[in-house]
Write a protein that binds this ligand. Structure first.
Ligand SMILES: [Zn+2]
Length: 187
């Protein structure tokens, strides 16, 4: 229900924008494979390559945080009594942020955007600059796997969901992971 299908899909025309207006310049952040800083870095992109207003809008709507699916998951978790950090870098010295973080349980949750993170069901490269977008997607996926490995090495549990997944199903997965980590006997 939440899925963003890619920049060319009509859904994105009224999609998940949070800025008004049709300014072609893309000012919000996006995930860069080369960016060793925050995965949610902002302001790093300028949009000469935003080939259409639709693409620019989609990029705005595909920001790394505060997307509708993520907010829905957060609300449900909160309603169930869970407390957590949002958009937080859980591992000290590692500049990688997770969307939802349970510090005590060492549980890091990511709600991955179907477009940016290459959802197998919904990703399709936009017609214009397809190669650029594929490379961008590939870089993001590589970075995601690297983030997983680094966090796991640091003793964290990583749980990833796609934004197209039903929020209550995601919450169930988070809750059961949380429970497992909570009931784990002390080392
Ligand atoms: Zn998807």
């Amino acid at each position: 229900m939440f899925c963003k299908w890619g920049p060319s899909h009509p859904k994105n025309r009224q999609g998940l924008r949070r800025r008004r207006g049709d300014a072609p310049a893309y000012q919000d952040g996006w995930v860069s494979g080369e960016d060793l800083g925050s995965a949610r870095a902002e302001g790093s992109a300028r949009a000469s390559w935003a080939s259409s207003a639709g693409t620019a809008k989609s990029m705005r709507s595909n920001r790394g945080r505060d997307t509708k699916p993520e907010i829905a998951v957060r609300r449900l978790l909160h309603a169930r009594g869970f407390r957590f950090r949002v958009d937080f870098a859980p591992v000290q010295g590692l500049r990688r942020r997770a969307d939802i973080v349970f510090t005590r349980q060492k549980l890091a949750v990511f709600i991955d955007g179907c477009f940016w993170h290459g959802c197998p069901d919904h990703y399709s490269a936009p017609g214009a600059n397809a190669r650029f977008w594929r490379e961008k997607r590939d870089a993001n996926v590589r970075r995601d796997r690297q983030t997983d490995a680094l966090m796991i090495d640091a003793g964290w549990t990583v749980l990833r969901a796609w934004e197209h997944e039903d929020a209550s199903a995601v919450v169930s997965r988070v809750a059961s992971a949380y429970l497992q980590l909570t009931t784990r006997p002390a080392p």
